[in-house]
Design a protein around this ligand. Structure first.
Ligand code: AMP
Length: 184
């Protein structure tokens, strides 16, 4: 049973590593960004509400994100573990997650923070070619990360559940580091 939360700025490699680990452990990779992008593509109610925030590199309001994660974590495939990628992104989301997990009798094992210097992040994001990866939106997303998401590092450090990982290595090297840290 493995339950992990990936923190880290956009472009740190959370999605790539979460995906690899999730298939190794045969547990769901829950990416709130992927869920939102699919909602936008399908023009669901959530997608229509979320799109303008995503296009501008802003966070989708907590209220929408809390109901999204609540629905997702209550699905039956989460019983044997999960990897969260892109949630929580605010202290309010992290507090809500604690409450939700205690309500559904689950707890996370580790919070992993992938650390990568800004210039490398910008280079990676520009090379990715996603529709919200323009230079202006990238700058905004990095600021939003610093202002609203980086405080989560202290939030989790205070609980002794934080593992810091150098994300400025090859995909393979980061995967190996992760395997050792979480003993997979
Ligand atoms: P990501 O794929 O994780 O980079 O997310 C892409 C975009 O989806 C972000 O820039 C936000 O607009 C939105 N998003 C994803 N996860 C969250 C979240 N937990 N809270 C608020 N907005 C989010």
């Amino acid at each position: 049973m493995t339950r992990l939360i990936f923190l880290g700025p956009p472009g740190a490699g959370k999605g790539t590593q979460a995906n690899l680990l999730a298939s190794t452990c045969a547990i769901p990779h829950i990416s709130t960004g992927d869920i939102l992008r699919s909602a936008v593509a399908q023009k669901t109610d959530l997608g229509l509400k979320a799109q303008s925030y995503m296009d501008q590199g802003e966070l989708v309001p907590d209220q929408l994100m809390l109901s999204l994660i609540c629905d997702r974590l209550k699905q039956s495939d989460t019983k044997h573990g999960w990897i969260l990628d892109g949630f929580p992104r605010t202290v309010a989301q992290a507090s809500f997650l604690d409450e939700l997990l205690s309500e559904i009798s689950q707890r996370y094992d580790f919070v992993l923070n992938l650390d990568v210097p800004d210039e490398v992040l910008i280079e990676r994001l520009l090379g990715r070619g996603r529709s919200d990866d323009t230079e202006e939106t990238i700058r905004r997303r990095l600021n939003v990360y610093r202002e609203q998401t980086a405080p989560l590092i202290d939030f989790y450090r205070a609980r002794d559940q934080l593992l810091l990982i150098d994300g400025n290595q090859s995909v393979k090297a980061v995967t190996e580091t992760l395997h050792k840290l979480v003993e997979i």
